[in-house]
Design a protein around this ligand. Structure first.
Ligand code: FAD
Ligand code: NAP
Length: 621
């Protein structure tokens, strides 16, 4: 049976005569039937029965309305699927809804840190700065929601607390903290990689008389630190961005540093109309070039090895890259994240820069990291190191003597009490898996995802996990995710998922699930390929070691975005090899490609090296 047949005889006939009727037919079908996904008739009957029990049935429920959830919703609606999005916050934007701390902005250039699926959207939106501030990125998210009419499918202020696989219905029962119970064929986790704040349980927290803020849950009304003695715990990207601004307001600022951090100047600037016009004149070409890069965004990249350059040329190259600033600084040479001796050269250069900026030699020493340059996520700053030259700013080393406790009046370290009126915890996130852990996700045979992932996340391509049919994750562990420009990584996943779900409807498949052996091989590959990069050598949130008790596993795929995309394309072309599709009369047939075509970029090994080179040392499984 064709899925259109269930829309209702007249409408379906009408649609075949006049495709324009589809736009009206689908909402009517959704209203009348609750769903347009009907080919898998046994399962849909079961889902209808569940609908009677639970209230509503959808083709898909999406958890989260950040960029991932929004774009997933757009694609689902484009395919005519019924969908509901649940979002814990009161608005769209995810990261940019929650992280409203002073100085928050992107560190991938705005012209690239944005959706690429709509040329019209690209042309009509004007970014004001090279690195847009948080309010502007949030406005952009709201603009996208309005422009693509997404809001009416999103339920805000509602947290999904449980998702349970229903074997008979081959679908999911989803529960929220507001008492909603809905059924859906697909459950799509768009919960974010950096969305579960890490709030260390410091002793005496409740004793502290002042407010304690977390950068990832910043008050919407803002915070005025004027005249206050402020403490900031942490020196990662959020701290690096907020410290210079907080220092402008506070009467005294004390920064508690566990690990010194590498940071490169942003050299942020306003974008002129001429620049915007020139960039937009060839926007599709820029987007295409970005897709071919290991990072999913484009910047000048020198593939030559640092170790082959003579010291004077190398110094010159680093000076030029520093002058351009930002994350592309790491593109000064091709071997920086793969050869320790090469990395030492850039680390020495950056340490000299820090010592050149920070006047007090003791503070400068403390601010100089001793780990691999770029091992933790590289920070991008505006006046971070300069801030320590201000007389009211103090750095406290807590690497050997951690924070002992919070007192009524401040923070105590090594027997010394630092008196504070307010504290900012810039302590990061339970990255990659933290928001999954907060939902009781129960798959086949009662196994929960948290149980399955106890020793580290296991997902095929970072998209799906064996034992959890029809459950998808966007930028899940095992995909490039946080090692790529994330909006590109999100779009690639969503387009792939949309084609996958469209294909399942085409062939009448009831469920899709990774094969355990393919998942194991992929997880093993992700682990193996991580070892060729120096990034696997330090304690960072990439490996979960920013928080006590988490298993140490390198979670994102570091083989490079294009290599990964090629693997996803091959899996799709091969009729979803590595997955089992149930309930379809035909097997793993090659699908109709609706959205993924734009991700088929030719692999230019020179350009995508060294990630490609590294990945080839550990062949993609
Ligand atoms: P998120 O934006 O995290 O959205 C997930 C949403 O899911 C959230 O709104 C959350 O409330 C919701 N949610 C989670 N669990 C539930 C639940 N159980 N029920 C209901 N809702 C739920 N990446 C870059 O590539 N470039 C950058 O410059 C960059 N800058 C960043 C700056 C900051 C401060 C941070 C924290 C991250 C940054 N990132 C950056 C990464 C950023 O997270 C991604 O770029 C992107 O915004 C992620 O979108 P997302 O939709 O996948 O996740
Ligand atoms: P983060 O990089 O994990 O930094 C957290 C900081 O808090 C680290 O300095 C960490 O020290 C410290 N910390 C954590 N627990 C602590 C404890 N118990 N005691 C003392 N110190 C503790 O988190 P983040 O700064 O929020 O950034 C997370 C990621 O979000 C970034 O890496 C980036 O991907 C993204 N982000 C991007 C931007 C941007 O520029 N666009 C801005 C913010 C965030 P250790 O290093 O010792 O663990």
């Amino acid at each position: 049976m064709h899925w259109l047949d269930t829309i209702g005889g007249d409408i379906a006939m009408d649609f075949r005569a006049n495709p324009a009727t589809l736009a009206n037919a689908i909402p009517r079908a959704i209203e009348e039937n609750g769903s347009t996904m009907i080919a898998d008739t046994t399962a849909i009957t079961a889902r209808r029965e569940r609908a009677a029990e639970v209230g509503t049935v959808f083709d898909a429920v999406v958890v989260g309305a950040g960029f991932a959830g929004m774009y997933m919703l757009h694609r689902l609606r484009g395919l005519g699927f019924s969908a509901r999005v649940f979002e814990a916050g009161s608005g769209v934007g995810g990261t940019w809804y929650w992280n409203r701390y002073p100085g928050a902005r992107c560190d991938v250039e705005s012209m690239q840190y944005s959706f690429s699926f709509s040329e019209k959207l690209d042309q009509e939106w004007n970014w004001s700065e090279k690195y847009a501030p948080q309010p502007e990125i949030l406005s952009y998210a709201n603009h996208v929601a309005d422009r693509f009419d997404l809001r009416r499918h999103i339920v805000f202020d509602t947290r999904v607390i449980a998702a349970t696989f229903d074997e008979a219905a081959k679908g999911w029962l989803i529960q929220t903290d507001r008492g909603d119970k809905v059924a859906a064929k697909f459950c799509i986790m768009a919960v974010g990689c950096l969305s579960a704040p890490n709030r260390p349980n410091f002793r005496g927290l409740d004793d502290f008389r002042g407010p304690i803020y977390h950068t990832g849950e910043w008050p919407h009304q803002g915070v005025d630190f004027t005249g206050l003695r402020v403490g900031v715990v942490g020196t990662g990207s959020s701290a690096i961005q907020s410290i210079p601004i907080i220092a402008q307001q506070a009467s005294a600022l004390t920064v508690f540093q566990r690990t010194a951090t590498w940071s490169v100047p942003a050299w942020n600037e306003k974008l002129t109309p001429e620049y915007l016009q020139a960039a937009k004149a060839d926007y599709p070409a820029l987007r295409a070039k970005a897709r071919a890069r290991p990072t999913g965004f484009y910047f000048p990249f020198n593939t030559k090895p640092a170790l082959e350059a003579n010291p004077d040329d190398r110094e010159q190259q680093y000076e030029e890259a520093w002058a351009r600033g930002g994350l592309p600084f790491l593109g000064a040479y091709g071997d920086l994240l793969f050869e320790k001796a090469a990395n030492d050269t850039i680390a020495d250069f950056a340490r000299r820069k820090i010592r050149g900026i920070v006047k007090d030699p003791v503070t400068a020493d403390l601010l100089c990291p001793d780990n691999v340059f770029g091992c933790k996520r590289l920070c991008v700053d505006t006046g971070y190191f300069e801030t320590y030259n201000l007389p009211h700013v103090k750095l406290v080393d807590i690497s050997r003597t951690p924070i002992e406790r919070f007192t009524a009046d401040g923070i105590e370290v090594d027997g010394v009490e630092y008196r504070l009126d307010a504290v900012v915890c810039a302590t990061g996130f339970a990255a990659m898996t933290g928001s999954f852990d907060k939902i009781t996700i129960t798959g086949r045979a009662g196994l929960t995802l948290s149980e399955k992932w106890r020793a580290g996340p296991r997902a095929y391509l970072g998209i799906a996990s064996a034992g959890f049919p029809n459950l998808f994750m966007i930028t899940g562990p095992g995909s490039p995710s946080v090692l790529a420009s994330m909006i590109q990584a999100i779009e690639q996943h969503v387009d792939w998922l949309a084609d996958c779900m469209g294909h399942m409807r085409d062939i009448g498949a009831a469920s899709i699930e990774p094969l355990a052996e393919d998942e194991d091989a992929w997880v093993e590959h992700v682990n193996e390929v991580s070892k060729v990069s120096l990034r696997s050598t330090c304690s960072s949130w990439y490996v979960g070691s920013n928080m006590p008790g988490r298993p140490r596993v390198f979670m994102p795929y570091i083989g490079g975005f294009p290599i990964y995309v090629q693997k996803c394309n091959e899996v799709m072309t091969g009729g979803f090899s590595g997955f089992v599709l149930e309930g379809a009369p035909v097997g793993n047939a090659a699908p109709e490609v609706r959205y993924t075509e734009r991700w088929r970029v030719p692999l230019d090994i020179d350009v995508i090296s060294p990630a490609a080179v590294a990945a080839r040392r550990v062949p993609v499984v």
